[in-house]
Design a protein around this ligand. Structure first.
Ligand code: ADE
Length: 245
């Protein structure tokens, strides 16, 4: 997959040079290119913003440097590149959208700034994405969040032992509790069942814990889910306080 990010602050993108995303880039599974929108201005002051028509506070990012940047990164003959504008008005990002975007061969992410971007860039945009109902100072952090979540779902980026399909959130639930050595830490013991070696019992215990956590912290996620017979049984147990799985 190829991801092009258009921004006024290319220096902010160091987080994509670390850990799993760096490895994926080094292996050539993803290619991430950061472009400075200011490099596509045509005036000698390299101006990227201007006052809003109609007045008001703040500055608006002008359409032309963004169109020029887009035209420069879109290859000759390339059809329908998926262009995403990062901004608080967009659809709210989640794991389903990450999965959907991970299937695209190429993404172009535009990071908005100042008080917004000139509305006339909208015809060039395929999608608008927000990373949550709050306003950031710009789309840079948001574009990195999206890039990270999308890249880890591309085949080959995670090892099979890290597979995202096994994460309970992928399945719409929160993770079950995890433990590592030592067996007793500050008087807190690892649940006996995890030391038992009974894989099926462990699987069921983890499912129970996942459902229990989700019911208590994010009940709306359980409401949205299609539940299996096993899940329904476990939920009955959770609700009646029965810890005997
Ligand atoms: N730019 C400013 N706020 C944002 C948000 N919540 N999501 C994506 N981009 C943004």
């Amino acid at each position: 997959m190829e991801i092009d990010i258009l921004t006024l602050f290319p220096e902010m993108f160091a987080p994509l040079d670390y850990s799993i995303i760096k490895r994926a880039r080094d292996k050539g599974i993803v290619s991430i290119n950061i472009y400075n929108i200011r490099d596509f201005t045509k005036d000698k002051h390299r101006k990227v913003d201007d006052y809003p028509y109609g007045g008001g506070s703040g500055m608006v990012m002008a359409a032309d440097p963004i169109y020029s940047a887009l035209e420069s990164v879109i290859k000759n003959g390339e059809e329908n590149p998926y262009v995403v504008l990062m901004g608080p008005e967009g659809r709210v990002f989640n794991q389903h959208i990450a999965k959907e975007l991970s299937k695209k061969a190429r993404l172009i992410l535009i990071c908005g700034h100042y008080e917004g971007v000139d509305e006339r860039i909208k015809p060039a945009v395929s999608d608008e994405i927000s990373i949550g109902d709050y306003v950031l100072t710009g789309g840079e952090l948001a574009s990195m969040v999206v890039t990270d979540a999308v890249c880890r779902m591309i085949p080959g980026v995670l090892s099979s032992s890290q597979s995202f399909e096994e994460e309970s959130f992928y399945d719409g639930l929160l993770e079950y509790p995890q433990y590592t050595r030592p067996e007793i830490y500050r008087g807190m013991k690892v649940p006996e069942i995890l030391l038992s070696g009974y894989h099926e019992k462990i699987r069921l215990w983890r499912r129970y814990q996942s459902l229990k956590r989700t019911l208590s912290k994010r009940p709306e996620l359980v409401d949205m889910k299609k539940l299996s017979k096993e899940d329904k049984k476990l939920i009955d147990k959770i609700k009646s306080g029965d810890e005997n799985i």
